[in-house]
Design a protein around this ligand. Structure first.
Ligand code: CA
Length: 389
């Protein structure tokens, strides 16, 4: 009796399964045959003539890891995301224009894009220093908050608008090192007469503190140290300083980077070239720039840590903290330099108001978040050995 009741149910189920299998197979056939057919009329398809080619000039030596990798990654991301419709070719410093002419080249349309550091343009645009580094200013995390959610980026756009250039955050190195010195620093008097490669507002601070700031592009710093043209150099940190070989020409490696606590780089685009792109390609440029910005800090965080270990282990690098008296002198002169900049330039005043208002708020929050956490962690974990005696 029970078998008679079950059999029809099994037959119905098997029949159903067979119908389903045939239906799926048929659907699959239909899909395949549709894929074989052109999706659009041939006249609507992309042709090689639709490919847009851009030149991107940088302030970095070609092939430099870290700083130089950022524009290469930006170009690769745009090329990939656009399916090759927008192809960006990257040129190192000196290949089309010298390092310090990158901004002008993008402004004039000699190149559609550029990558560098805003403080290199301070002779032309004094307020640009806020978009690389402010001595004793914000860290990378803080500055990115200001740029993207605290009003910093719209002011940057306003600053560059007269030049037909659109800026994007182009990466950050995190806190840099104070630099390589061929003289031991005991107090502020030791800064007197010291010739140092140190750009931006910090260069003015270094001059005022008794030193002599020299403006030299990355490609020349090694030779300048080696030949004694300069006594000290700040470049970036363990990762990029190691790639330039600075541990071979500098004796003492001082920290922290008071002058570049979260040095930001920039990706700059010629405004007309950007406006001429279809909207989807404009979006790809924006998104690739943002991705490059984030990615660079990750690169530096990982590779600075790795390179510091290599410097300590393989090169016996003497890592030293700047004495408090030197830090005090640099801080005092930083305040003077920032005030002079703000007094002399209306845009600097406007940007400084936004920057320092944000900086004070984030400092209060980081007192109970980042700093409290790092202090709490350090109290519990074994001490780390870095500083030389
Ligand atoms: Ca630097």
């Amino acid at each position: 009796m029970r078998e008679k009741q079950i059999l029809p149910v099994v037959i119905v189920a098997l029949t159903g399964a067979l119908v389903a299998v045939i239906a799926l197979w048929t659907l699959d056939r239909v899909d395949s045959s549709q894929l074989d057919r052109p999706q659009n009329d041939v006249s609507e398809m992309s042709s090689p003539t639709d490919v847009i080619e851009w030149k991107l000039v940088t302030t970095w030596p070609k092939g430099l890891p870290g700083l130089g990798a950022a524009p290469e990654n930006f170009a690769r991301r745009v090329n990939e995301a656009s399916g090759g419709r927008l192809r960006i070719k990257v040129f190192g410093a000196g290949e089309i224009v010298p390092a310090f002419e990158v901004f002008d080249a993008v402004s004039r349309g000699v190149a559609e894009a550029g990558h560098g550091a805003a403080y290199y343009w301070k002779g032309k645009i004094p307020a640009a220093v806020f978009y690389t580094a402010v001595p004793f200013g914000m860290t990378a995390q803080e500055a990115n908050g200001w740029l993207h959610y605290g009003g910093g980026l719209p002011l940057w756009r306003e600053l560059y608008a007269p030049f037909g250039v659109i800026p994007y955050a182009g990466g950050s190195t995190g806190v840099q090192m104070a630099g390589w010195f061929n003289k031991r620093l005991n107090n502020r008097a030791d800064l007197a007469g010291l010739k140092m490669r140190i750009p931006g507002l910090a260069g003015e601070v270094f001059d005022a503190a008794g030193g002599s700031a020299v403006r030299i592009a990355g490609g020349e710093v090694y030779t300048s140290m080696q030949t004694g043209v300069i006594d000290a150099v700040e470049w970036v940190g363990p990762y990029n300083d190691r790639t330039l070989g600075l541990m071979e020409v500098g004796e003492y490696y001082y920290y922290p980077g008071w002058h570049e606590p979260g040095a930001m780089l920039e990706t700059i685009i010629n405004a007309e070239a950007l406006a001429a792109l279809p909207e989807d390609l404009q979006a790809i440029v924006r998104i690739a720039a943002r991705a490059t910005n984030t990615d660079m800090l990750d690169d530096f965080t990982a590779n600075n840590s790795e390179s510091l270990q290599i410097l300590l282990r393989d090169f016996d690098t003497q890592v030293l903290p700047l004495p408090d008296d030197v830090m005090d002198a640099l801080y005092e002169q930083s305040q003077v330099a920032i005030q002079a900049l703000v007094d002399a330039d209306p845009m600097a005043k406007k940007i400084a108001a936004s920057y320092f208002t944000f900086a004070e708020k984030v400092r209060a929050y980081h007192e109970i978040s980042e700093r409290a956490y790092l202090n709490g962690r350090d109290r519990l974990l074994p001490p780390v050995e870095v500083t030389a005696e």
